[in-house]
Design a protein around this ligand. Structure first.
Ligand code: AMP
Ligand code: MG
Length: 498
């Protein structure tokens, strides 16, 4: 088992900025990475700086907020102790296996926080790498701001996610369908090891490298499992459990990831890769926002199924490590992946009970939830607002109330609330802390991005971020952020590879 160096190995410390970078990932076999220097940009300019996150990472929120420090987050200057690399990985994209790797992301190193935690510091959009293929290695301001907004909103919602530390503009133009302002996002993650990283090693048929990766990942994310009878089977099981919990949380807030390729699934259990993601307005399990997801592979309601499919790819990759006896290895893999459904159902129902204020369990609870969702689907009820409205007396959704079937459901639910020892007040409080008032509404996100990109007015993004930082605190002066899109608005569409 590799020994992940701890803070006892003193890394370089820049006294003012607080960088304490190590690079244990770069010690993995060469197969897993390639040196990749950020390509300098013309004019680094500050756009977003996440002071709270910086502080929790042990970085100096003030010294690093200086104009000159934008050079670090643009890739023009390297923080002390960094060792820039691009990570190699493969992935099943829309079901098809491909060799990929970081084409526009550069991992500087792992920041060791004051409490000894380890986080990847990655620059996204920092220039071409050996894995860029025909891409330019760059990113545009709009999509990087979008990732910043949505990842920070997910964090505030209590959902495991990569974080966004900074966005800087580059002063250079990137060309997509049109010329756009270039930007670099600094992404922070427990690690960027993906299902696709394991697929990469497995595809090479290199068992030693696969073992090195698995040992490294275990030591980094599941150190206690090293003592298990079969650490690799225990690791697979742990990843299955984390993904079941994560996808259940996505379902609870109406999040559609949009591009659940295996290279976009992190084994640490954080939501990663905010490309074409978006949140439901009207409830419909078939909702797809991504313009290229023609067949709804990554539709809202299909996410648990796809997560399990991706985990099967992880399990296949791990087969050589699970057991020397092939049929036994297959059996272990099948059992672990097969367990996803039950784990997911457990987390999903637990969260849905909380959303409905239920503190105890009855067998018919799943049916109660399903029936509500069925009615919401029929009436295209707003996902977020329906649950939030249920927290208040009297229930105020006239559209749903007009349906006798809904009124019957409502009586059933009230009767069910009465069959627990918890007071009604206590269950309403539970509901308020599980049903967000504020999610990154697609039209509000777009409005803020338009102000930023077209007018270089970042105040609209900042205001949105302030609201999203407290999603469960339904302040009445923030009602406009609760509005669904205006009637007749075009269906929201998102784009990949931006
Ligand atoms: P994504 O859809 O963001 O998960 O990206 C899929 C793959 O395309 C990854 O290997 C990315 O690194 C790569 N990629 C996306 N955009 C670019 C770009 N502008 N230049 C180079 N590679 C890119
Ligand atoms: Mg990706």
């Amino acid at each position: 088992m590799p020994n992940i160096p701890t803070t006892q190995n003193t890394p370089d410390v820049a006294p003012t900025d607080g960088w304490r970078l190590e690079h244990t990932y770069a010690r993995l076999p060469q197969l897993f990475h390639a040196p990749a220097q950020p390509v300098p940009v013309s004019r680094p300019g500050w756009v977003m700086w996440n002071r709270t996150l910086a502080d929790s990472l042990g970085l100096n929120p003030d010294s690093l907020a200086q104009p000159a420090a934008a050079a670090i987050f643009a890739g023009n200057a390297l923080p002390t102790g960094s060792e820039p690399i691009a990570q190699a990985y493969a992935g099943h994209q829309y079901g098809h296996f491909t060799a990929l790797g970081d084409g526009r992301a550069i991992l500087l190193g792992e920041q060791i926080t004051p409490s000894g935690e380890r986080f990847d510091i990655q620059l996204k959009g920092a220039g071409a790498t050996p894995f860029s293929r025909r891409g330019d290695g760059r990113a545009a301001l709009g999509p990087m701001l979008r990732e910043y907004i949505i990842s920070e909103a997910m964090h505030a919602l209590g959902i495991a996610t990569t974080r966004s530390l900074a966005v800087v503009t580059t002063g250079d133009t990137v060309y997509r369908q049109q010329p756009l302002a270039g930007a670099v996002l600094t992404r922070v993650a427990a690690s960027h090891i993906r299902v696709g990283t394991f697929e990469w090693a497995a595809a090479r048929g290199d068992k030693n490298s696969l073992r090195a990766l698995a040992d490294y990942t275990l030591a980094r994310h599941d150190p206690l499992l090293a003592e298990a009878d079969n650490p690799y089977a225990a690791f697979l099981e742990a990843v299955v459990q984390r993904q079941a919990a994560l996808v259940a949380q996505w379902m609870h807030v109406g999040f559609v990831h949009g591009v659940m390729n295996t290279d976009n699934m992190a084994v640490c259990g954080e939501t990663i890769d905010y490309g074409p993601c978006a949140f439901l307005d009207a409830y419909d399990p078939a909702t797809v926002f991504s313009s290229i997801d023609q067949h709804g592979r990554y539709a809202y309601g299909n996410q648990p199924h796809i997560a399990q499919w991706n985990l099967a790819r992880l399990a296949e990759s791990l087969l050589p490590l699970l057991h020397d006896d092939q049929p036994l290895a297959v059996q272990q893999a099948t059992d672990a992946v097969g367990g996803f459904r039950q784990h997911f159902q457990h987390h999903w129902l637990k969260g849905m009970r909380s959303k409905l204020g239920l503190g105890n369990e009855e067998t018919a609870d799943a049916a109660l939830v399903d029936d509500l969702l069925g009615l919401m689907h029929t009436h295209r009820a707003d996902f977020t607002n329906t649950f939030r409205n249920l927290c208040a007396e009297p229930f105020a959704d006239s559209l749903l109330l007009a349906d006798p079937a809904f009124r019957l459901w409502h009586e059933r639910w009230r009767a069910r609330l009465g069959r627990q020892t918890e007071s009604l007040d206590a269950s309403k409080r539970r509901m308020l802390s599980h049903n967000p008032a504020f999610i990154p509404r697609n039209h509000k996100v777009e409005e803020s991005l338009a102000a930023a990109v077209n007018d270089l007015d970042f105040t609209v993004v900042q205001r949105l971020l302030d609201v999203l930082a407290n999603p469960y605190d339904g302040r009445s002066d923030r009602c406009e952020y609760q509005e669904p899109p205006p009637p007749g608005a075009c269906p929201y569409e998102t784009f990949c590879g931006t």
